[in-house]
Design a protein around this ligand. Structure first.
Ligand code: ZN
Length: 466
């Protein structure tokens, strides 16, 4: 479709949106295409119309207009997603929640917060901290990602083993359906079994069933302490036994169990990386263990017992906040992989006992296909979630497809998932059937058709409709 055709077919939609919402809410052409398509991306938004609603009613009006015009719509939050879930084409309308960024209220006694979808995660974290609480969701993009995006993608992150994913922190939400209907399900109780739990339709469905505009979020008491250690482990069997020993020994306080394979640890502790190795560089595995709410002595005693039992080869306990941050900085320094060459990032899920054979299979698949390669491996192992930063090939689309086949194909026989926490978007759409049964995909399509019969909400993401 030529640009001229696009512009003329979009003109009535633009006019109707301006009429419904006012000029101030509708950006057009260069004001839209000058914006970056994502914070990790170098290209720009392709859509020609971007709506900036001030409230749920504005979102409702915008969707009613788009619905009447059979106009595809893509919702935008902080654009920190990793699977092309918010990518637009020239014929799309963007609804950006950027102006709906109010924390409406925090209730310390009820330990809840009511927010608009455009609130940045870190802004909420800091606001509830002032009230003596925490909002436990935490991920690298905290300073840019928005709660509406976290909800729409069911974001995971570093503390899932203790507090669950975003889904576990949402008590209620408000969403606007494709035709503009507002479903206000702003439940504020922990318990509500009155029929279907409708909020789950909108959590993790990547904006394909409705646009989340507000939410009631569950906060927690501040744990007060955050002792953190780094350990070296000689084998995967010991690693699994150590996970169980750590969870049992910390008596419910285990809040992170982040594993780094040897090649990743070497990468982030060798110059020009800025960090130095707190432990020798020759152990096959390293684990960052964090125990929010435990006394440092409890963590130390657990580590001493694990050393005695031969589960650990070495361990270092952070003695200060600076040392604690230093250990986390190793785990978070994934960008070191980009200095090696073109990188493909992966987020997969599988049962923990299956991990060593799976990683070996992926690596032999990669070697067979590409010759030499480097697969920097790390992950939220306690959650069954591995991340790969694979440096191979020339970074081309063809290389990407080849690497994806090496990584995803073996998951089918293991009943694993092509997405642990990043979602599907466009990037993983070709591989959805590896992680889901045909009946599951068919039920997803049934829900999509029921809620969005015209198929205007984030069309083409996750799966196609026939
Ligand atoms: Zn992750």
């Amino acid at each position: 479709m030529s640009e001229a055709v696009n512009q003329s077919s979009l003109a009535p939609v633009a006019a109707a949106l301006v009429q419904a919402l006012g000029q101030d809410c509708v950006l057009l052409d260069d004001d839209v295409t000058n914006r970056a398509a994502g914070i990790w991306r170098s290209d720009n938004i392709q859509a020609r119309i971007l709506v900036r609603p001030r409230c749920t009613e504005d979102v409702s009006k915008a969707l009613a207009v788009c619905h009447a015009h059979n106009q595809p719509v893509v919702a935008h939050g902080g654009l920190t997603g990793l699977v092309e879930s918010a990518i637009t084409g020239p014929g799309d309308v963007v609804i950006s929640l950027e102006r709906m960024n109010a924390i409406e209220s925090i209730q310390p006694l009820e330990r809840t917060a009511i927010v608009q979808a455009g609130v940045v995660l870190q802004t909420l974290q800091e606001a509830v901290e002032e009230q003596g609480l925490i909002f436990p969701l935490d991920l690298g993009a905290r300073g840019s990602c928005t709660l509406g995006g976290n909800i729409s993608t069911n974001a995971g992150g570093n503390r899932v083993i203790r507090y669950g994913m975003t889904r576990d922190m949402v008590l209620g939400l408000e969403a606007v359906l494709a035709d503009g209907t507002v479903v206000s399900s702003m439940n504020r109780m922990l318990k509500n079994n009155a029929g279907y739990d409708l909020k789950q339709l909108f959590i993790g469905s990547e904006g394909t069933l409705g646009i989340v505009t507000r939410a009631v979020l569950r906060c927690r008491e501040q744990p007060g302490t955050q002792p953190t250690a780094l350990v070296g482990v000689q084998g995967f069997e010991q690693l699994m036994q150590f996970l169980k020993a750590a969870d049992a020994g910390l008596r419910g306080c285990l809040s992170a169990f982040e594993v780094m394979w040897n090649n990743y640890y070497r990468l982030v502790t060798t110059a020009p990386a800025k960090n130095t190795p707190p432990l020798a560089q020759d152990y096959p595995y390293y684990v960052l263990v964090e125990a929010m709410g435990a006394e440092p002595d409890t963590l130390q005693a657990m580590l001493a017992a694990a050393l005695d039992d031969g589960l650990l080869a070495d361990a270092v306990l952070a003695q200060s906040e600076a040392q604690r941050q230093q250990i986390w900085a190793l785990r978070d320094d994934v960008e070191q992989a980009f200095r090696v060459g073109p990188i493909f990032l992966f987020d997969v899920s599988l049962r923990i006992p299956l991990m060593p054979d799976y990683v070996a299979t992926v690596n032999s698949n990669l070697e067979e296909r590409f010759g030499t390669c480097e697969n920097f491996t790390l992950g939220h192992m306690g959650d069954g979630n591995l991340h790969f930063a694979i440096c191979v090939g020339d970074g081309s689309e063809e290389a990407r497809r080849g690497v994806e086949q090496c990584v995803y194909t073996p998951l089918q026989a293991l009943s694993g998932s092509v997405s642990a926490e990043h979602g599907v978007g466009l990037e993983k759409k070709p591989y959805l059937q590896i992680a889901r049964q045909p009946e599951e995909v068919a039920l997803m399509q049934t829900l999509k058709q029921a809620l969005d019969p015209k198929g205007i909400l984030n069309p083409g993401k996750i799966f196609d409709l026939q």
